[in-house]
Design a protein around this ligand. Structure first.
Ligand code: GUN
Ligand code: ZN
Length: 432
């Protein structure tokens, strides 16, 4: 057993359902007990310290706030080196920057090196679980899962399915994509903390035959994820209409091939009609809200209130390399502005919920991760309230927890992450 003493904050429920005050638990001087990779207890230090068995080490943090590990519901590991590429919207950006970068993952040594850098970057930013695109190459998935397993992380990933409208070296076929996915599922799905996601890139790069086989995989192997993109960009949506004239709307392409349901995660959903929102909600599907990407690629403004009004589960995604930061604090900074532009408010406790328990719920992993309830995986982050002079000054002046939390998410980034723990093990130390 190990004990950590600091201010502790975690979400218990969606503020939308229970109100802000009942949605979180906060201990100004708290104690977190970890045993065998799980949270054993959480409470006020004054209450828990006296009953602590002799010989238990207590790590004390000052000017720190412990929160659950962040959950990133949409990111591309092969796009680490695509981040911050100038000047285009989605379709041109894919052709100019993304496809050439992904082609290099045919080389397993490159894939392994990039997987290592990518996971280190996630952990530097306090993200302990992510839903991750690999590339079309099965070896890119092996490299990713091997590295995630080495670190003991809960991760979800899959091989990209792409059998048309992509460069030759990045195309599979409906049949080869299916067979390669089966092999990867059998090798990785449910192994330790790893989960597999069937990953058709988006409707334009898969034939109806390939989408059919993606649906078949979901029915053949229980507990799989479905991970793709949906209604991100106007030109993309027009293209989908041309390619699938018989479908009612973009989501109907996926629906027709039986790809909606629990553990189906659609990235973006910026331009949806009411019928699409309704189907997402009733099917138990989730949408990844990716604010830094939606602004960077000029895609549009995500309407959180509308999606939630339809009962859709929403998680937060960075969408690196379309997104501009690995930091979910920075995603929240941009999410706040995206919602401001639509007359919506992002309360800081709701924001924390989106980055942690809400993401876990979107991924149907809230039994295991998302907050610091006893029994859950001990994935947590130690935030540094004095990470920068400006942050220290602003937090000192803040009069309430809500104000401090808000300033942390507007001003914070990887500098604010002092340590990251996964399954109780230290996996990142900023000052090491
Ligand atoms: N749509 C299809 N592929 C991609 C991708 O790699 N990134 C983003 N943001 N959107 C996509
Ligand atoms: Zn994406």
């Amino acid at each position: 057993m190990q004990a950590y003493r600091a201010a502790l904050l975690h979400c218990l429920a969606d503020p939308r359902e229970v109100g802000i005050e009942r949605s979180y638990q906060y201990f100004e001087d708290g104690l977190l007990l970890v045993e065998n990779g799980r949270i054993a207890r959480i409470g006020a230090a004054a209450e828990l310290l006296p009953g602590l068995p002799a010989g238990i080490g207590v790590v004390e943090y000052h000017d720190a706030l412990i929160v659950p590990g962040f959950v990133d519901t949409h990111i591309h590991y092969p796009q680490l080196d695509v981040i911050a590429s100038y000047g285009s919207q989605l379709l041109e950006w894919l052709e100019t920057y993304t496809f050439p970068a992904e082609a290099r993952f045919a080389d397993p040594a490159h894939a392994r090196a990039q997987a290592r850098l990518f996971l280190a970057e996630l952990l530097r930013n306090g993200t302990t679980t992510a839903l991750v695109f690999a590339t079309v190459h099965p070896q890119s998935v092996d490299a990713f899962f091997e590295e995630a397993q080495r670190l003991g992380l809960r991760m979800i990933a899959g091989k990209v399915l792409m059998d048309r409208n992509a460069p030759d070296e990045l195309r599979d076929s409906a049949a080869s994509g299916y067979v390669e996915s089966c092999a990867l599922i059998e090798r990785w799905h449910g192994k330790g903390r790893l989960h597999y996601a069937v990953t058709p890139r988006f409707a334009p790069t898969s034939t109806p035959g390939q989408l059919d086989l993606a649906g078949r995989l979901l029915r053949e192997y229980p507990g799989l994820y479905l991970h793709t993109h949906l209604s991100e960009n106007r030109a993309e949506i027009d293209w989908v209409k041309e390619l699938f004239p018989e479908r009612r709307h973009y989501l109907d392409v996926y629906d027709h091939h039986r790809l909606l349901g629990e553990r189906s995660v659609f990235a973006h959903g910026v331009h949806l009609c009411d019928d699409e929102c309704r189907r997402l909600g009733e099917s138990g599907s989730a949408v990844a809200f990716c604010p830094t990407s939606n602004l960077f690629l000029g895609s549009g403004l995500f309407d959180l209130a509308r999606l939630e009004g339809h009962g859709v589960r929403v998680g937060l995604g960075t969408d690196v390399g379309g997104g501009t930061s690995f930091s979910q604090l920075q995603s929240l900074n941009e999410a706040y502005k995206v919602l401001q532009l639509q007359g919506q408010k992002l309360d800081p406790f709701k924001a924390l919920y989106l980055a942690t328990l809400g993401g876990a719920r979107a991924l149907y992993l809230d039994e295991r991760i998302g907050n610091l309830q006893p029994g859950k995986d001990a994935d947590f982050v130690v935030l540094d309230c004095k990470a920068t002079p400006l942050l220290a000054r602003r937090l000192e002046q803040a009069r309430s927890l809500a104000e401090r939390l808000f300033a942390l998410m507007i001003l914070g980034d990887d500098r604010a992450v002092r340590e990251t723990f996964a399954a109780g093990r230290p996996v990142h130390r900023r000052d090491a």
